[in-house]
Design a protein around this ligand. Structure first.
Ligand SMILES: Nc1ncnc2c1ncn2[C@@H]1O[C@H](COP(=O)(O)OP(=O)(O)OP(=O)(O)O)[C@@H](O)[C@H]1O
Length: 236
């Protein structure tokens, strides 16, 4: 599989009558790494859910490579190459780790599961455990590994580092960087750990009240601490 570019154009979306995302436009090139930042409740999760086809769309288009996915439902978008790891993890609690990974294989051979175990040795140790018996961090690893196994051309990760120990965070970010570097996958990341997100990304957007309030490189953001304080509420 080769990474695809993602184009979001004029996207407005929300839940029922409630508009959350307003006129959002951005482009991520094939193999690009975009961090989506912003304070709590500005619409980061809703943006990803909207790209994944899980909200109500009022206007705009989403294109994955040459494929206009705007009119497709969530499962058709996944078949078209979009991988989405939502914040709530959504692993199967009553299946084992290995069975959860099998679900992610799609048409790939079973031996491909070893790729997940190489990326997350902890999952190999717990391969026979049920989803319900995993810690929060292990569930996060499993949800991420399962989606990567399906070789998405564009991957959306909503707070993948939540609940992970620092050493595992470093390993996961290194694995994601390698995926993007060999142009296997284009990666979009929502993350509260701003430093980790900026170390990883080559481009950043910051949302405020559902709109893009700032866009640029991590270096440009680093150089403008007023923006960091105003839009993220922290120094980093
Ligand atoms: N299912 C829903 N129905 C209605 N409103 C929702 C729903 N989910 C989220 N919202 C609202 O949409 C707004 C944006 O929420 P969202 O979760 O996208 O923000 P976020 O930037 O990801 O926040 P956080 O950093 O806290 O995860 C919030 O005001 C939230 O209350």
């Amino acid at each position: 599989m080769t990474a695809a570019p993602l184009d979001v154009h004029g996207l407005s979306a929300g839940y029922g009558p409630t508009r959350i995302i307003e006129d959002v436009t951005f482009h991520v090139p094939a193999g690009g790494r975009l961090a989506v930042l912003g304070r709590n409740g500005v619409g980061k999760t809703t943006l990803f859910a909207s790209i994944a086809g899980q909200t109500k769309r009022y206007a705009g288009h989403v294109t994955l490579g040459a494929l206009d996915i705007t009119a497709l439902d969530g499962s058709a978008r996944a078949l078209g190459g979009l991988g989405y790891v939502p914040q709530n993890r959504s692993i199967f609690q009553s299946l084992t780790v290995e069975e959860n990974l099998q679900v992610g294989l799609k048409s790939r051979p079973r031996s491909a599961i070893e790729e997940s175990y190489a990326m997350f040795p902890r999952l190999k140790e717990r391969r026979k455990n049920l989803g319900s018996q995993l810690s929060g961090g292990e569930q996060q690893m499993l949800a991420t590994a399962r989606t990567i196994l399906g070789q998405p051309t564009v991957l959306l990760l909503d707070e993948p580092l939540e609940g992970l120990a620092p050493v595992i965070c470093d390993e996961l970010m290194a694995a994601l960087t390698a995926l993007a570097a060999d142009r296997t996958t284009t990666i979009l990341l929502v993350e509260q750990r701003i430093k980790a997100a900026l170390d990883f990304a080559d481009d950043v957007i910051i949302l405020e009240r559902g709109r893009i309030a700032w866009q640029g490189t991590p270096a440009a953001l680093d150089a403008d601490q007023r923006v960091v304080e105003r839009l993220l509420g922290v120094g980093h």
